[in-house]
Write a protein that binds this ligand. Structure first.
Ligand SMILES: [Mn+2]
Length: 394
């Protein structure tokens, strides 16, 4: 059996209100070419097909045309929904796609959780059994009360619930099939990109490597983390395939790829990471306004986040930067560090004191008691959330 594993397409995502549809079209083209060249039996897409629950029509068109091309090449496809996808929206085209040999698993099933999909090889000599598990929301886990026997912190409940689900799936794997778990969740210890994605991921819940299948599965095809990598701490072979393009400025250091997976029943899979070359890079530039003028050639067609070092605010800064660097999607002014004393003084204050001072200096009025009470409430809530999110894996 040979599979191509990919995930986190996020088709339709823009960069600071600029469309990237051309890049998505190029990279999906590249993936179809790889699938055809390598003569894969099937393509697995492990969630976050679309960037939004209400994708623009051109994003839907591109995704469905890509699936149609794979169908015409005789390649089966299994797609599971990610947290960015709309379950209901994907579910609405499920029957239609089934006619093309595309199995779309959008909604988790309260009894079996994963959908077990038989994927025969092209020559019919062997078969993969793909347990396709869409993204499990915390809400879904709570509704599936029978797997939520253990009470406790949110964090451990999610991890515990996911363990129960994985334990329920594992016995379905067979000795005569090449067994794959395709899923979309965070395994603790996975390295995320930093930046914007870190924020989204930090709010989701991580599952312990010890909760992953310890036997019976030959490959784990995971999505959710955009940096390509092996699944951390796992005894069994598995990878996060990663996203297709550098999707935000937290991913500027990442090279993108897909995984070619070779395997047979009863044997651990062999994986090959195949780099993707389509798409424009995302680059951070730090320079003075004069310095930026000489850097256009060096950055090519990259989408740029430009930090302009200035002595004082300059009107029309973004326009001036875009005259020399039209691909500057984001322009930020950076001023010389303020004299030492003040930041140190402000930093030594409690948060409520800092807020009061901010109000006096910037808003030019004292903060009212009602506002201060609201601040305290929001701050307490945020501090609590931070503790829950930052709690070490249980
Ligand atoms: Mn994603």
């Amino acid at each position: 059996m040979r599979l191509l594993h990919t995930s986190d397409w996020h088709v339709g995502k823009m960069i600071r209100s600029r469309s990237r549809m051309e890049e998505f079209a190029q990279v999906l083209d590249e993936i179809v070419d790889i699938a055809v060249d390598r003569q894969v039996d099937a393509v697995l897409v492990a969630g976050d097909v679309f960037d939004s629950k209400v994708p623009p029509p051109e994003a839907e068109q591109l995704v469905y045309e890509t699936l149609l091309r794979l169908h015409f090449e005789g390649i089966r496809v299994v797609v599971t929904a990610g947290n960015h996808d709309s379950e209901k929206r994907l579910e609405s085209v499920r029957g239609l796609l089934e006619a093309l040999g595309v199995v779309l698993v959008a909604e988790p099933n309260h009894k079996t959780f994963a959908e077990l999909v038989d994927v025969p090889s092209r020559d019919g000599s062997e078969a993969a059994l793909v347990a396709a598990l869409p993204f499990m929301s915390e809400r879904f886990l709570i509704q599936s009360a029978d797997v939520m026997a253990e009470a406790g912190a949110k964090y451990s409940r999610y991890s515990t619930g996911m363990k129960a689900i994985i334990d329920a799936i594992t016995p379905h794997f067979r000795a005569d099939t090449f067994n794959v778990l395709a899923a979309h969740f965070m395994v603790s210890g996975a390295r995320v990109g930093g930046g914007e994605q870190e924020i989204t991921i930090g709010m989701s819940y991580a599952v312990e490597p010890a909760s992953l299948p310890q036997s019976a599965v030959q490959y784990m095809a995971f999505g959710h983390v955009h940096r390509p990598q092996e699944i951390p701490g796992s005894l069994m072979t598995g990878r996060y395939s990663g996203s297709l393009l550098q999707l935000d400025f937290g991913e500027t250091e990442q090279d993108k790829s897909v995984v070619i997976v070779d395997g047979h029943p009863g044997q651990m899979a062999k994986t090959e990471v195949v780099p993707l070359s389509s798409g424009r890079r995302l680059v951070d530039l730090h320079d003075t306004l004069e310095g930026l003028e000489g850097r256009a050639a060096e950055v090519g067609d990259a989408h740029l986040r430009v930090f302009v070092h200035l002595d004082a605010p300059m009107p029309g800064l973004s326009d001036r930067v875009r005259e020399v660097l039209p691909n500057a999607v984001d322009v930020k002014a950076v001023y010389p560090a303020a004299p030492d004393e003040e930041p140190r003084e402000v930093r030594s204050l409690r948060p409520d004191q800092q807020f009061r001072l901010y109000h006096e200096r910037v808003r030019k009025s004292p903060a009212s008691p009602v506002l201060m009470a609201a601040f305290e409430e929001v701050h307490a809530e945020a501090a609590l959330g931070e503790k829950v999110d930052a709690a070490p894996p249980a």
